[in-house]
Design a protein around this ligand. Structure first.
Ligand code: 13P
Length: 249
């Protein structure tokens, strides 16, 4: 049985004062063993948030990392540095990084491999644009992005990875994919992993849906057979995140 996961992605939001207040507000409300809960916060808030969450079930994650261990990469932070801080999860290849920072499929793959080397769980994002969906190219795009992202991985590696299907047209738009649309693509992802690595890997890899997840639609999405939880943007900045995590209550 795959354990569900709900990961919040704060993106570049919340001042340290507001982040502290918000984290204190939700920390005792989120209490479940049925779901792995991760809050991916801006790098500068790690220490503070980790301290607040140290005796809770919420883990602190990162939103990006560099694939080199160290070196002349001004402004970057390595997977090794994250691991040394006690971080266990890192979002890789978010569509905003692909779009605004020109991150390529090859870089996404290098980062994911490096995350695994550092015992970090990479939450690898893939997803199509509205134009690609409308022209019937969703499956091809997903197949290609996934193949690149997990290149060079072993059957065991893939069980330590989390894939997040985030259709770009659903991110921050309020236009959530229907549970059928999300399930269809998540099932395709699992099938592709099965074809390449076999049953054990495809049964164990977790596949999340992301894109305008709210407390209202979480249950319908997360109870689909191939959806193992969600990657949540806007709703992870609100007290109602509690209800997304406890979608089953
Ligand atoms: P929203 O939940 O705000 O649509 O963002 C989704 C997302 O990009 C999570 O990584």
């Amino acid at each position: 049985m795959r354990k569900k996961m709900v990961a919040g992605n704060w993106k570049m939001n919340l001042s340290s004062t507001i982040a502290e207040k918000f984290t204190r507000e939700i920390k005792d409300k989120i209490d479940t063993d049925a779901v792995d809960v991760v809050m991916c916060v801006p790098f500068v808030h790690f220490n503070m948030i980790s301290e607040i969450l140290k005796d809770t079930k919420i883990k602190v994650g990162a939103q990006n990392m560099h694939y080199a261990d160290e070196g002349a990469y001004t402004g970057e932070i390595s997977g090794r540095m994250l691991a040394a801080m006690g971080v266990k999860h890192v979002i890789i290849g978010h569509s905003e990084r692909r779009e605004y920072f020109r991150e390529t499929d090859t870089e996404v793959n290098l980062k994911a491999l490096k995350a695994l080397q550092n015992n970090l769980t990479p939450i690898i994002c893939i997803g199509e644009t509205s134009k690609q969906r409308k022209s019937g190219r969703t499956f091809n795009i997903i197949r290609k992005q996934l193949a690149f992202a997990i290149d060079e991985m072993s059957a065991e590696d893939i069980t330590k990875v989390v894939i997040a299907y985030e259709p770009i047209w659903a991110i921050g738009t309020g236009e959530t994919a229907t549970s059928e649309q999300a399930e269809e693509v998540c099932a395709l992802i699992r099938k592709q992993i099965n074809t390449r690595f076999g049953n054990w890997s495809s049964d164990n890899v977790r596949i999340l849906y992301g894109g305008s997840v709210t407390e209202e639609n979480a249950k319908e999405l997360f109870t689909m057979p191939n959806i193992d939880g969600g990657l949540v943007g806007g709703a992870s900045l609100k007290p109602s995140f509690e209800n997304v995590v406890h979608y089953d209550r």
